[in-house]
Design a protein around this ligand. Sequence first.
Ligand code: NAG
Ligand code: NAG
Ligand code: NAG
Length: 254
Amino acid sequence: MEAVQLVALRLRVVPVAAYLLRNGVVMHGCLRSSSSTTTTTTSTNGMAGKRMSSGSGWLMDGAWKLPKIVKAGEPVLHERAKEVEASEMKSERVQKIIDDMIRVMRKAPGVGLAAPQIGISLRIIVLEDKEEYMGYDDEEALKEQDRRPFHLMVILNPKLKKKTNRSALFFEGCLSVVGYAVVERHLDVEVEGFDRYGKPIKINATGWQARILQHECDHLDGTLYVDKMVPRTFRAPENSSKPLARGCPKLGPR
Ligand SMILES: *[C@@H]1O[C@H](CO)[C@@H](O)[C@H](O)[C@H]1NC(C)=O
Ligand SMILES: *[C@@H]1O[C@H](CO)[C@@H](O)[C@H](O)[C@H]1NC(C)=O
Ligand SMILES: *[C@@H]1O[C@H](CO)[C@@H](O)[C@H](O)[C@H]1NC(C)=O
């Protein structure tokens, strides 16, 4: 799920330059420049990459080439993803996929990513939310959304259950879909699964974190937010701050 715009959406559009500066592109630049020394000495054809055994990232001239985020329409995004076998959880392949997912999510930047979004049909999700993704001047929106920073979470084979009938309507974006729309989500959920080393975990989540978990778990069942959005709320990024069409339900808790 996409990071910054979710909050920026309601009250203002973050100017592009400010957005780039604040949200990870600086870090991306650092990663690139630190690897450029090796690049110049070895690369002549640009295809000197070595395929890693994991089947996910590529090692190009000593620097990670991250897998691409696949977009809506790619079959893997519309199918049920496969369980990670218990015996596979600690494997080099799965660990490498998880590391790639974290890098891709942070580079985007996003607050969550599911393995199908990098083209891999496995039930793995990663999520994290950071202060710097949240904008500065919009405390009221953050409070209304019940959005707070939380540390990186990696969950294999997650099983999500709602815990109450409370729900809320807010805009959502997705790294695999260009645009935004309003989606109704449960406010209180419980997720069971395994951490990256195969240890069983169980978490309770509320508010925005619960929303991210639902968005990412949906990916594992081949469901995008546009498959469950409130009709007539979808819009292009350029028009993200426009008011809702007449007759659309109000944003906020139900
Ligand atoms: C949620 O709603 C259903 C019916 O809509 C009801 O049967 C159930 O008791 C409710 N659960 C809670 C926890 O309120
Ligand atoms: C989750 O909430 C339930 C109560 O609904 C509680 O019994 C359980 O201990 C909580 N689990 C965690 C991991 O906090
Ligand atoms: C929506 O965005 C486009 C730019 O892509 C702009 O031309 C148009 O005026 C916007 N719509 C409104 C209602 O502002």
